[in-house]
Design a protein around this ligand. Structure first.
Ligand code: UD1
Length: 369
């Protein structure tokens, strides 16, 4: 049998820190050939290139440069361009498997192309479900998992969800959380970053904010409520708001950027690189976010996380970790921030298999089949 050839896909910011440790772990299996494809879903330097540089990921072998667009248009461009790459690659080089991570549009599109060309697909971070189909990522997760035959799962709820969907045991592998591999590896380097000094912030005294989900930032009223409450709580705790480009656009369009600029205890920054951002989150008093990845990172770091979503596909961050679901309840947000400041907020524990070794376990599975 020919040596395995894995085609690994990245597309958007949260993919890079999941793929980097896997690529490194696969280097320990020299019989495995790896091709890295970047769809270009995220293309801004601060959302893409900086992660390659900081976390030491090698340059992609193939760039599809699909760029932004509505979900249908963006997904369609990935489908078209990935098929243009994959079909001849199967003929000329042989492809034994495609590997996708997370739940972004690139994950879904590349899985669909591979499945139709009869290439088996492995999904890293399989089985997560919010049971909320208004989230584009939930659709991506369901369709991706349905088409994959290697489901690499980060937490026991993921196994439960996949079993409930009738997936056979032979496809399921509880391997732990690979994003936490990168976090542990990068933490010492992150702590050397000058960002706290530059922002004149002392460790353990400030909150970090990120918001980018359509449910929070696309409706003027919802975003206004959130901005108001952030301005209010910043009187008790200084905040650092790292603003995603889509949120930046909405703040400007809804005239809310002025409100933020006027709040002197809120530092408004653009998207940050991995290291400065980890420097901020790891030394924060509290994190306020609607990001899935950040819910997990705060649990691994033991930092309180107030999650501005009504549900989560990562329930272990609530049941075992440091996260609480706040939804859009700004009164609850204020109360919980008070608890954090007064030292009354719960402390969590790090889930099993979030131990920095997930990539090694995944690589062994992928190298074997
Ligand atoms: C995507 C993922 C989301 C993930 C997030 C992390 C999907 C469905 N969503 O959302 O799960 O949490 O990435 O960041 O895949 N833009 C830029 N520069 C870029 C990329 C995007 O300015 O490099 C702007 C564009 O205006 C674009 C908008 O951001 O229209 C949204 O980008 P898109 O890739 O569609 O989704 P995200 O909101 O980033």
């Amino acid at each position: 049998m020919a040596n395995p050839h894995l085609v690994c896909i990245v597309g958007a910011r949260p993919n890079f820190m999941k793929m980097a440790p896997l690529l490194r772990a696969l280097e320990r299996h020299p019989e495995v050939r790896v091709t890295l494809v970047h769809t270009g879903q995220h293309y801004d330097a601060n959302l893409s290139q900086i992660f390659f540089d900081e976390i030491g990921m090698r340059a992609p072998d193939v760039s599809l440069e699909v760029g932004s667009g509505k979900h249908g248009a963006q997904t369609a461009r990935i489908l078209e361009r990935f098929e243009e790459y994959l079909e001849p690659a199967i003929k000329n080089e042989g492809v034994s498997r495609v590997v996708v991570v997370g739940d972004v549009n690139s994950t879904l599109a590349c899985t669909l192309v591979a499945a139709k060309l009869h290439v088996p697909v492995a999904h890293v971070e399989a089985g997560l479900r919010s049971f909320d189909r208004t989230m584009p990522e939930e659709i991506n997760r369901i369709v991706t998992d349905a088409l994959c035959d290697r489901l690499l799962v980060s937490e026991p709820d993921g196994m439960k969800n996949l079993r409930a969907e009738g997936r056979p045991e032979s496809c399921l592998h509880l391997v732990g959380n690979i994003m936490i591999d990168t976090l542990f590896e990068m933490l010492p380097k992150a702590k050397e970053q000058p960002i706290l000094r530059d922002l004149e912030l002392a460790p353990g005294t400030y909150g970090v904010v990120t918001l980018h989900r359509p449910a929070n930032v696309d409706e003027p009223e919802a975003l206004k409520l959130l901005v108001n409450v952030l301005c209010k709580v910043s009187a008790r705790m200084p905040l650092v708001f790292a603003v995603h480009p889509r949120t930046q656009e909405r703040l400007k369009n809804f005239g809310l950027d002025q409100n933020l600029a006027a709040a002197r205890a809120i530092r408004v920054l653009g998207p940050q690189g991995y290291l400065p951002f980890l420097a901020l989150t790891s030394q924060a008093k509290c994190i306020i976010t609607d990001s899935g990845g950040l819910q997990e990172e705060s649990t691994a770091l033991g930092v309180p996380c107030l999650t501005m979503r009504p549900n989560t596909e990562r329930p272990i961050t609530v049941t075992e970790g440091t996260s609480t679901l706040v939804g859009s309840d700004t009164v609850l947000l204020e109360k919980l921030l008070g608890d954090v400041i007064d030292g009354k907020y719960k402390s969590g524990k790090r889930p099993e298999l979030w131990d920095g070794q997930a990539a090694r376990r995944m690589a062994a599975i992928l190298a074997a089949a």
